[in-house]
Design a protein around this ligand. Structure first.
Ligand code: ZN
Length: 382
């Protein structure tokens, strides 16, 4: 048997591999921070063998609550990912029992989204007559920070910003953007067409490509949690936020969506802006219309379950969507999707996955169009 993780977004530590009925593993920390929860590795030479894998340090992971009712994902062909029912969390350890059908099998925390797929997405989008791809600068490790622009840069266009994957282990966020872009660039889709006619969209499919390639859960190559950098981004340690924030200041922002995944909650939900200082009644009304429109078009989305008030405490305005709500006074939302399954529409075979994230991304165009129909954002002063 062999376990390897020296590939795009690979991450695991092997403690013992001499007995397939007692494989001992440890979740690897982010490269420059203590967060650990993401894993992605290949097991070879175990076809037909009942494999018992123990992740010894799951109890000290960033979100231990993420293991309750969690099911590990696996794939033989790296295209189709399925859930392993025999996954459980006991005494601080994550335990996965599986009998691989083939000698080569991949296991991961969630369906991966590779850097090659990211580059393919950006290249494909760049071929569209409706989109332009711009380089905003470089990440800590010198990767391109790609910005996709859709719509004409003309007077009266409503500036909309959508960013994803500040937390690199939240791969569902880039699956979401792929689905959103595919619909947005569809010449036959009437909703996409109206959005393209009224708005100028600025979309960052991956805010943290360094962390993504390294297999980090939560930080960039310099160990920064990008979604705590928005009040004072650092040109050297968090250039990803520094560059995007500067471009937002240049273009203005009338609607902001920050796309994430939540380890613990088995629901699709928004983190809204009521707690942000200066959040007006008009902004609250526009936010309510946006949220209700998504609920009407996507049965995967709900508003009953989500974060409790006060979750972010003193850090509130260091978060992207809260800083934007405060600074630009517009509707500004964090979308969270589950790592587990969606409890209101479960699928035992795949749980929440890339395909479902893509459908949600496509559905998001409906509330965006409704928002534009409301005249952009009424909260913004005349
Ligand atoms: Zn996140």
């Amino acid at each position: 048997m062999k376990i390897s993780a020296t590939f795009d977004s690979g991450a695991i530590e092997v403690v013992r591999l001499d007995d397939p009925t007692d494989i001992r593993l440890r979740l690897r920390k982010d490269n420059a921070a203590d967060f650990h929860q993401w894993f992605h590795f290949r097991l070879m030479g175990a076809a037909g063998k009942p494999v018992h894998m123990v992740f010894e340090n799951a109890g000290t992971a960033a979100y231990p609550g993420g293991w309750r009712d969690y099911r590990c994902v696996a794939s033989y062909d790296r295209q189709n990912w399925f859930r392993i029912a025999a996954t459980r969390f006991e005494n601080g350890e994550l335990i996965v029992d599986h009998t691989p059908a083939h000698d080569s099998v991949y296991y991961a925390y969630f369906e991966p989204y590779s850097h090659e797929r990211h580059l393919d997405l950006v290249a494909r989008v760049e071929q569209s007559p409706f989109a332009r791809v711009r380089n905003l600068g470089s990440t800590v490790e010198g990767r391109d920070l790609d910005l996709v622009e859709v719509g004409q840069d003309a007077p009266g266009r409503v500036p909309i910003w959508i960013i994803a994957r500040q937390h690199p282990g939240e791969t569902m966020a880039e699956w979401f953007v792929e689905g959103l872009l595919e619909r947005l660039l569809d010449g036959a889709d009437p909703v996409a067409r109206k959005v393209r006619e009224q708005a100028l969209l600025h979309i960052v499919p991956n805010m943290n490509p360094d962390g993504a390639v390294r297999g980090n859960l939560r930080t960039n190559a310099a160990g920064r949690n990008l979604n705590r950098e928005w009040r004072a981004p650092d040109a050297v340690a968090s250039p990803e936020v520094f560059l995007v924030r500067a471009e937002m200041e240049r273009t203005d922002c009338a609607l902001f969506l920050d796309i994430h995944g939540d380890e613990a909650l088995p629901y699709v939900f928004f983190s809204t802006a009521e707690e942000v200082p200066g959040f007006t009644a008009e902004a609250a009304a526009a936010q309510a219309r946006f949220v209700e429109t998504l609920r009407a078009v996507s049965p995967d989305f709900q508003t009953e379950e989500g974060y409790k008030p006060g979750r972010f405490g003193e850090e509130l305005l260091t978060l992207a969507s809260k800083w934007v709500a405060n600074h630009f006074g517009c509707v500004s939302l964090t979308l969270e999707m589950p790592f587990k399954d969606n409890a209101i529409l479960p699928d035992a075979q795949v749980g929440w996955n890339g395909a479902r994230s893509k459908r949600l991304g496509a559905a998001m165009l409906d509330p965006i169009l409704r928002h534009l129909g409301d005249g952009g954002d009424p909260a913004r002063g005349a």
